[in-house]
Design a protein around this ligand. Structure first.
Ligand SMILES: Cc1cc2nc3c(=O)[nH]c(=O)nc-3n(C[C@H](O)[C@H](O)[C@H](O)COP(=O)(O)OP(=O)(O)OC[C@H]3O[C@@H](n4cnc5c(N)ncnc54)[C@H](O)[C@@H]3O)c2cc1C
Length: 353
């Protein structure tokens, strides 16, 4: 990624980007919602902001971060150190913790007033709940679960995967601004988020008369991993393609002869073939072994972000167009029920020599 010019550039006015609300010309600004917990901006929001920074740099668009928070304004200090044209902070008692009614009304007020070009959010469970409500409230188009975004002429093209990640669809929105989009984990590079010295601008919202329809009773954190795959030298990973639990035995035998650990895609974990602590990906562990053998794994972005740093990737898949082959150093197109035992046999023979 090329470095972004110093903070303070002027937002470009996009030709023809007109609002259907009053017809005023929209300035080309991208707003990004920063979700946070325990006083820290979430990784997914950092990734989404990094993507917006990249777009802003390439196309001369302004980028602003939007933080909804309680009266203590946490984590505003962290946001102020990000390279954005402004950090818009909306502090309110009703925004201390997630309340869909309050979050939606606050965002509606800010976005209806500013009408940025686009409003980007991480594709978190919270935002899956919030985004459609917000889009309906603003009467704006919404594209969910995006993996990328680019500017094409005067439109923004949102890229999302379809048909079990086999094809990428380009989606353009033909609604008033802001175009709302949620981005998958891994769409932006959180470690490339640029730091700066943002102007913090406080925004007031009117949340009076809003009913209390929902109370958060308890927040349950993710289960702590018992198996640490991050230190594994080799991993044999099972995907939905193993089809039934009995076939796991084939992978266990391969792992045994290699001295490898077993890993899994979320689909394999959801099928209850392997324990959740063996899941690799955005909501599992991130691994970087010397050898990663992906068996019956398609290569969805949420899996790939957890294993793409592996030194050598071998993919076994019946579908020659599976996205995992774009990443693999060695690809074997075929049925894992035949390939995996053949590999195990060959390795045993080599070891016996
Ligand atoms: C918020 C969120 C978080 C997520 N987090 C994660 C995560 O942490 N980790 C993760 O993995 N996913 C995660 N996912 C899910 C992810 O989007 C994919 O659905 C998942 O990775 C798919 O798993 P898979 O590749 O095993 O299954 P599929 O996509 O169904 O792929 C199965 C593959 O097996 C192949 N196949 C079928 N039969 C055979 C055979 N006999 N031999 C060889 N190949 C065969 C098929 O061609 C196909 O490519 C997440 C999704 C969301 C929305």
């Amino acid at each position: 990624m090329s470095p972004i010019p110093p903070h303070g550039r002027k937002a470009r006015v996009l030709k023809g980007a007109r609002s259907e609300y009053g017809g005023e010309t929209m300035t080309g600004e991208i707003y990004v919602l920063l979700d946070h917990s325990k006083g820290r901006v979430d990784t997914l929001s950092r990734e989404t902001l990094a993507l917006a920074q990249q777009l802003g740099h390439l196309h001369g668009l302004g980028v602003k971060a939007l933080l909804l928070c309680g009266p203590n304004r946490s984590p505003v200090d962290q946001v102020a150190r990000m390279r954005v044209d402004a950090a818009l902070v909306v502090p309110h008692q009703r925004l201390d913790g997630y309340d869909p009614d309050a979050h939606c009304r606050a965002l509606t007020q800010v976005l209806a007033q500013d009408r940025p070009l686009a409003f980007l959010m991480g594709h978190s469970y919270q935002n899956i709940d919030l985004a459609p409500k917000l889009a309906a409230s603003l009467k704006c188009g919404l594209v969910t679960d995006c993996i990328d975004c680019r500017i094409d002429g005067e439109s923004m093209v949102f890229v999302r995967q379809m048909f079990r990640n086999r094809i990428n669809a380009d989606v353009r929105v033909r609604s008033p601004h802001p175009w709302i989009a949620t981005f998958q984990s891994g769409a932006g590079a959180g470690n490339e988020l640029l730091e700066g010295d943002a102007d913090v601008v406080e925004r007031n919202v009117d949340l009076s008369g809003l009913p209390h329809r929902r109370t958060v009773v308890e927040t349950v954190g993710a289960v702590k991993e018992k198996v640490d795959l991050t230190k594994a030298d080799m991993i044999v990973a099972a995907g939905r393609g193993i089809k039934r639990k009995e076939n796991l035995r084939l992978l266990e035998e391969l792992a045994e002869v290699l001295g490898a650990e077993l890993g899994a895609s979320r689909a394999a974990v959801d099928s209850e073939w392997l324990d959740r602590d063996r899941q690799i990906g955005s909501s599992g562990q991130s691994v970087a072994p010397r050898l990663y053998i992906a068996c019956g794994i398609s290569g969805a972005i949420q899996h790939v972000v957890g294993m793409r740093d592996s030194a050598n990737i071998v993919a076994i898949n019946t579908d020659p167009d599976a996205p995992i082959f774009n990443l693999a150093n060695y690809g074997i197109v075929g049925d894992l029920v035949e390939i995996v035992p053949a590999l195990t046999r060959k390795l045993r023979q080599e070891k016996a020599r």
